[in-house]
Write a protein that binds this ligand. Structure first.
Ligand code: AMP
Length: 188
């Protein structure tokens, strides 16, 4: 099963995605994690992505589709992948659709994590103190939310037109949200 987790920064995609990956026995793939690791290690990809990420802007579609292609080529991805925050623009949605189609697959479900803005800002502020992520500082957060509204929100409409979106109310305890995720997917 291929599953996309979609939602604004701070919506809990990473937390719920990790639980779901374990439950379903599928790999979770987060472009944000992969890019942060590349920046930490100073690889050519990291050097390209660093300034853009720290400013809270989106890395190019070309780079993202390249890393998705590499991920899908791994044997571990052959039974499906939980894509966490991987599709953030319409060209990426189309590109990922084409890459999956090459493998005879499609995005089976899109889970949208719905959280009001005030709650997101409070969560990102808490995460900044816990994880000291450069892109959780208030200026970068403002840019990230703007990028989300302008470039990623249309992706939700794109998938909705195809009838693939499951909406999850993502306010509440981690346990409660996990229960709603399972209900949305119809799994126990
Ligand atoms: P995240 O951890 O998912 O919030 O991602 C951190 C940062 O990595 C984002 O603010 C972007 O700069 C970059 N990034 C991660 N995934 C993507 C993507 N699919 N498209 C463009 N940029 C991305």
């Amino acid at each position: 099963m291929d599953l996309l987790l979609l939602g604004p920064p701070g919506a809990g995609k990473g937390t719920q995605g990790a639980r779901l990956a374990e439950h379903l026995g599928l790999p979770k793939f987060a472009t944000g994690d992969l890019l942060r690791d590349a920046v930490r290690r100073g690889t050519p990809l990291g050097l390209k992505a660093r300034a853009v990420m720290e400013a809270g802007q989106l890395v190019s579609d070309e780079i993202i589709l390249g890393v998705v292609r590499d991920e899908l080529a791994k044997p571990a991805a052959s039974r499906g992948v939980i894509f966490d925050g991987v599709v953030r623009t319409i060209p990426q949605a189309k590109g990922v659709e084409a890459l999956l189609a090459e493998l005879g697959r499609r995005m089976d479900h899109v889970l949208f994590f719905d959280v009001p803005d005030e709650e997101l800002l409070a969560r990102l502020e808490r995460r900044r103190t816990l994880e000291s992520r450069a892109d959780d500082d208030p200026d970068a957060v403002a840019v990230r939310l703007k990028a989300y509204r302008e470039q990623t929100a249309p992706v939700l409409d794109w998938y909705e037109q195809r009838g693939e979106v499951l909406r999850v109310d993502a306010v509440g305890s981690i346990e409660d949200i996990a229960t709603r995720v399972h209900e949305a997917l119809g799994i126990s």
